[in-house]
Design a protein around this ligand. Sequence first.
Ligand code: TYM
Length: 334
Amino acid sequence: MTNKPNLLSGMQPSAGSLHLGNYLGALVNWAQMQDDYNAFYCIVDLHAITVPQDPNELRANTRRTAAQYLAAGIDSEKSALFVQSHVPAHAQLAWVLQCITGMGEAGRMTQFKDKSQKSGVDSASVGLYTYPILQAADILLYQPKAVPVGEDQRQHIELTRDLAIRFNGRFGETFVIPEAVILKETAKIYDLQNPTAKMSKSGDPKGLVNLMDDSAAIVKKFKTAVTDTDGEIRFDREAKPGVSNLLGIYSAVTGESIRSLEERFAGAGYGALKGELAEVVVAHIEPIRNRAEELLSDPAELDRLLAAGAARANEQAEKTLKAVYDAVGFIAAR
Ligand code: TYM
């Protein structure tokens, strides 16, 4: 399409809303990077079913995720916005990559360990175990230089690089070796109720700020955020994780530096910080939520955009898959 470098990233449609961690940790960066890259943004529904999903909810959440990507600034003209299951090459390449991945190597992935511990290893699916290899396939199909993600994905991108290097070494140069792009300041947004844990869909609902939450709910969540008892507004991740998380979110949303916030709020109470922060987050998120709701009122148009994105994605993915099949020694179908 252009001679810009390629970029790929994705999110799971496993909830009715993306959260502030998804937005500040990744989506904001996606919107900014789409001018300088030939970007592919995927909604990873194959990944979502590694844990049980209600089919009707999965359908709804896939469209809701697409609407939020668009509302947050992903431009479907500039970037290919698509659903993973619309591009069969993801599952096909994942199989080939599974065959060059060691059992121990897959077992060392910390997200698998965390999630399988929650459900109990015996009831965790094989899909959950091979999840990071499917992620590697998502990435490598698009020959991207950059993969913008939050800190929690670093290990998966490392595995992706290892598999690409291994494949190239064994079968000849086939894949571009991708780099994770992780914004230092927003690499990890923390749970408002448990500010040493990352904000996540599976965390405490009261500590989770969703893009699709109504404004009153957002204000309440910030007002009840856990802080500490020394009353000082200062950034110190170790000693003051709650206050530091609030300052980090404030800075990410408004662009005001942490230092300037510390000066401005010196001597003020936590209530003042929480109140003002709730206001700036609401003002920022409200237009995104409204735009997303508007897009959701026309599902046929959303589906049309996703079909156009899938056509672009399939073109690139098929090319890579063909090179892979050829390299490993599969004969071409005639
Ligand atoms: P997922 O759906 O859990 O999260 C989507 C993106 O949001 C980032 N993120 C966060 N960033 C900062 N603070 C947080 N609290 C926070 N929580 C989530 C994630 O790092 C991610 O960038 N395995 C991936 C989905 C995936 C993918 C891919 C990503 C599948 N294939 C290919 C990149 C490339 C995941 O579960 O993301």
